[in-house]
Write a protein that binds this ligand. Structure first.
Ligand SMILES: Nc1ncnc2c1ncn2[C@@H]1O[C@H](COP(=O)(O)OP(=O)(O)OP(=O)(O)O)[C@@H](O)[C@H]1O
Ligand SMILES: [Mg+2]
Length: 272
């Protein structure tokens, strides 16, 4: 799908996140659940993937592909689903969900099933983005809170996926160390307007991320790299990638925080 349409959908998601105001749902819709390490997002889209509802909670219930707080994760999923149901006047019985490449998909399945839903489809996160974008030749790099996920596509086929334990959490830890402040304070500082002044502090973390990406791309003749995940909200991060790996074309969507949740909710496994 064209990036312009996706950007419109992402902007819509950014505007509607956690908005409870009622909207009439169409007859057919799909729900997606992104169980991330920094946040959990429930997205409902119509049949064509147009977003109808987005509910999100910041929560550290997952780390390194392991659910640290299983009950907490289920509670959050239930709460977010209830809000989506209330907004749209629907009853959600099944959902599409995801897992980081190379981790056990059963973890997400268990959380979703214990929240009382059937799993409609399961896909790894960066590959869901690759599918949504309809990439023929290129890669997706998804840097969320805890991990860097990669999916490489050649001739329309996913040929390689990987997940590395480096993400926005490491950016926050670096800020906390440098400024001698607690993690939560550093996280808040990062997400509000202070990000630019923190750039020199975190630039080495972004350079390390470029190294990780380069390492995984080795042997794959791809040029276009699509970026997803909340870490790409940090102003200037893409310039670092561009400087470190100038031969690649880096493509940043308008709201990288919502691209993976949108891709999960838009994924239909009947295309396989
Ligand atoms: N405005 C912002 N500026 C900088 N970083 C941000 C901003 N908004 C969110 N982030 C960071 O994005 C990360 C969360 O992104 P995302 O929701 O994609 O992660 P996740 O899916 O929960 O994690 P993962 O994919 O690693 O499991 C957090 O580290 C958060 O600090
Ligand atoms: Mg994620």
């Amino acid at each position: 799908m064209h990036l312009e349409i996706i950007n419109q959908r992402l902007n819509k998601m950014g505007a509607m996140v956690n908005d409870l105001r009622p909207v009439k749902a169409p007859d057919k819709w799909h729900a997606g659940i992104d169980l991330g390490t920094a946040d959990i997002v429930v997205t409902v889209t119509d049949e064509n993937g147009e977003p109808l509802a987005v509910f999100m909670e910041w929560a550290e219930v997952v780390r390194d592909g392991v659910v640290l707080d299983y009950i907490g994760a289920i509670d959050i999923v239930r709460r977010l689903l209830q809000k989506a149901e209330q907004k749209l006047g629907i009853h959600i019985e099944k959902a599409i969900t995801s897992f980081p490449p190379g981790t056990e998909p059963r973890i997400s399945r268990n959380v979703v099933e214990n929240a009382g839903l059937q799993v409609e489809a399961l896909i790894d996160e960066p590959s869901s983005v690759a599918r949504l974008l309809g990439i023929d030749h290129g890669a997706v790099v998804d840097i969320g809170g805890g991990t860097t996920g990669l999916s490489i596509v050649e001739n329309g086929k996913i040929v390689y996926t990987a997940d590395e334990p480096t993400g926005g959490r490491h950016v926050t830890l670096t800020i906390a160390g440098n400024r001698r402040i607690p993690f939560d304070e550093a996280e808040a500082m990062k997400r509000n307007g202070s990000a630019r002044s923190l750039f020199p502090v975190v630039e080495p973390v972004f350079q390390k991320m470029a190294d990780i990406i380069q390492h995984h791309l080795q042997g794959h003749p791809v040029k276009e790299i699509y970026l997803s995940g909340g870490t790409f909200c940090f102003p200037g991060i893409v310039d670092v990638l561009q400087n470190e790996l100038p031969d690649l074309q880096w493509i940043l969507p308008t709201e990288p925080l919502y691209l993976t949740p949108l891709a999960i909710a838009s994924y239909r496994n009947d295309k396989d």
